[in-house]
Write a protein that binds this ligand. Structure first.
Ligand code: ADP
Ligand code: ZN
Length: 604
């Protein structure tokens, strides 16, 4: 069958997403591939479809066991036979599956990297024809990446031990140069066809929030946004997870926690409750997420600042995999910076690594302070030139607050840095500017400086905010170490000499900005939902079918497919198959049930 036919028949789509077609064709032509696509970009289809098209069995190496089961279940739903091999199987189940593999019962085998060194698995797959080895989350092989997994090192050994070298495909959402180079080198990809699609996720909105009281900000947000829809709140520590989820529960909000210190059963239960929509919000440490494919997460809030941009983008990227409008909010607080620095110092193994980590941390600090487009800042980090000056959907681009001239304030800060001869950090500068009598200031004789006490009408935070925005716009250099020191540069002198003006966004209450934006979102989406009555009925049917099968609702149909059904109101097989994401098997399993609800609704 031709690839477009397979795409329609099994996956229910008329067209490929960006980047998919090249990779699919490449694999089918027997070439190695490297696919770099953002979360939600559609990586799995890039190896699932060729697996159908070529003779033999595809082996997919994937780091997370829970994700494997989901993938196998979803494939089952669309009529592709697959299985997974991992440590959760007992011996009996394992040997049954190995037997089925030998008998060529499957087109796709998911396997955990830990299993690759096991000679039994190797012997079995050497009895069959392996068409493709697809390495999912390929960045896990890189020590530079943020989720290095030692077990990934076994992959090249495994490929070499196969009777015949199959096509090798690597897939990841991480595109930093070091990581991409390592993937190619360590997996020994042979002249791979590379497809790097843009990293932009147009359906995501970015915001940085500087709230005095984070929890009440969240309460306000939850009241005003996305009624009853799912969201993730990431916290830095287990304690924070416990306390935020308890506080939410006390306020009557459906939420549960997830962190590494919980009993595995309790943690699993909370995760399942979230995936099956039995609770609305999961409050979690970064332990949560890699194995989660829930496509309808409407918001990801970072209660604490993550350690770097890669981690942030990956976690925030769990919002809106289904392509619907969703929000990523980072709550900034200076205390988090101190905590992150402490962690770097604690865990660091070498000076190079330490300074690299400080550099990465600084980037995300700058992200919190910039007045520029947040989307561009993120894309810039991944080496992608941004297309737009104003993306129209991030906190800064939507911010209609005024730009005020703060050249005088900037000059005061800069000359203070000059007076202390560039050897002190931000806190000392603030103390001097505010005329503090603290011991360090007095001992150093800074009360004699001409800049002592020239900003007494400003708060600590006010000065900090201006200074940090000068850092992020390049008017102050901040050394990248544990106790960063502020230094002047050529740019600073232009300001000091009055050759350049500094403008700063005078923010209204951030809160208001986001809510204003939210209301418009809501209006847009409700005008699109022509048939909310029918949509609700279809959702109810989906819920019941999912429950009977023990599957999460999104595995039956995505929200977007139900919306399309409510709009098109298909009456027969042909019409039903025009709905995006509905393949033949789905029609056969559920088509009649849904059509009958549609007919019933119309009769009413
Ligand atoms: P990734 O693994 O890259 O994060 P997935 O493989 O989970 O992305 O796919 C993300 C979403 O995109 C899924 O909901 C999937 O059904 C959808 N999708 C994949 N390919 C297409 C396509 N060609 N057209 C429309 N939707 C697609
Ligand atoms: Zn923007």
């Amino acid at each position: 069958m031709e690839i477009h036919e397979l795409l329609k028949k099994y996956f229910g789509y008329d067209a490929f997403k960006r980047g998919q077609e090249d990779l699919v064709k490449g694999i089918i032509q027997g070439k190695d591939v490297l696919g770099i696509m953002p979360t939600g970009g559609g990586k799995s289809l890039c190896y699932q479809l060729p697996a159908l098209a070529i003779e033999g069995v595809a082996i997919v190496i994937s780091p997370l066991i829970s994700l494997m089961k989901d993938q196998v279940d979803s494939l089952d739903e669309i009529g592709i036979s697959s299985t997974c091999i991992n440590s959760t199987l007992d011996l009996k189940e394992l040997s049954a599956r190995l037997g089925d593999i030998r008998n060529n019962k499957y087109k796709i085998i998911y396997v955990a990297p830990e299993r690759l060194d096991n000679h039994i698995f190797l012997d079995v797959v050497n009895e069959i024809k392996v068409s493709l080895v697809a390495v999912d989350e390929a960045h896990c092989i890189s020590q530079w990446g943020h989720d290095f997994r030692p077990s990934y090192v076994a992959i090249p050994r495994f490929i070499k031990a196969l009777r015949k070298r199959p096509v090798v495909g690597a897939f990841t959402a991480t595109a930093t140069l070091e990581v991409v180079d390592e993937i190619k080198r360590l997996l020994e990809l042979q002249n791979p066809i590379e497809s790097i699609t843009g990293f932009d996720r147009p359906n995501l909105t970015y915001n940085v929030v500087k709230a005095g009281d984070k929890f009440s900000w969240i309460m306000d947000y939850l009241k005003n946004n996305y009624d009853e829809q799912s969201g993730i709140i990431y916290c830095a520590t287990r304690e924070a997870v416990e306390s935020v989820s308890k506080k939410l529960n006390d306020k009557g909000i459906s939420a549960a926690g997830y962190h590494g210190g919980m009993a595995p059963e309790a943690r699993q239960k909370n995760q399942d409750d979230f995936i099956f929509d039995r609770i609305r919000i999961i409050v979690a440490t970064n332990a949560f997420g890699m194995g989660i494919d829930k496509p309808d997460v409407r918001f990801v809030i970072h209660y604490n600042m993550p350690k770097n941009m890669e981690a942030y983008y990956q976690e925030a990227g769990r919002a809106g995999r289904d392509g619907e409008k969703s929000e990523c909010i980072l709550m900034y607080s200076p205390a988090d910076i101190v905590k992150q620095k402490y962690l770097i110092e604690l865990n660091s193994s070498s000076d190079i690594r330490e300074s690299m980590q400080y550099r990465s941390l600084q980037y995300i600090i700058d992200y919190c302070h910039t007045n520029e487009c947040l989307r561009s800042q993120i894309l810039g980090y991944f080496g992608e030139a941004s297309l737009h000056e104003n993306c129209g959907s991030c906190g800064n681009c939507l911010d209609d607050s005024e730009l005020v001239d703060i050249t005088v304030e900037a000059q005061k800060i800069l000359s203070c840095i000059h007076r202390v001869s560039g050897s002190y950090g931000l806190n000392t500068i603030i103390h001097v500017l505010r005329g503090s009598k603290n011991k360090k200031v007095m001992d150093l004789g800074f009360d004699k400086l001409s800049t002592y006490g020239i900003m007494t009408d400003y708060s600590d935070n006010g000065i900090k905010e201006i200074a940090m925005s000068l850092v992020s716009s390049g008017y102050i250099n901040m050394t990248a170490d544990k106790f960063p020191v502020l230094k002047l540069n050529q740019q600073s002198w232009k300001v000091l000499k009055g050759e350049e003006k500094i403008l700063h966004r005078k923010r209204l209450k951030e809160k208001k900005d986001i809510m204003k934006d939210k209301k418009t979102n809501r209006r847009e989406s409700s005008s699109k939902e022509v048939n909310t009555g029918l949509f609700d009925k279809l959702k109810e049917l989906r819920y019941n079918l999912a429950k009977a099968k023990g599957l999460p609702t999104f595995m039956i149909f995505h929200d977007s497919a139900l919306k399309e059904m409510a709009e098109l109101m298909p009456k027969d097989k042909e019409e039903f198959l025009t709905v995006k994401g509905v393949g033949l098997k789905k029609y056969e399993s559920y088509g009649e049930d849904f059509i009958s609800v549609i007919n019933g609704y119309e009769a009413e």
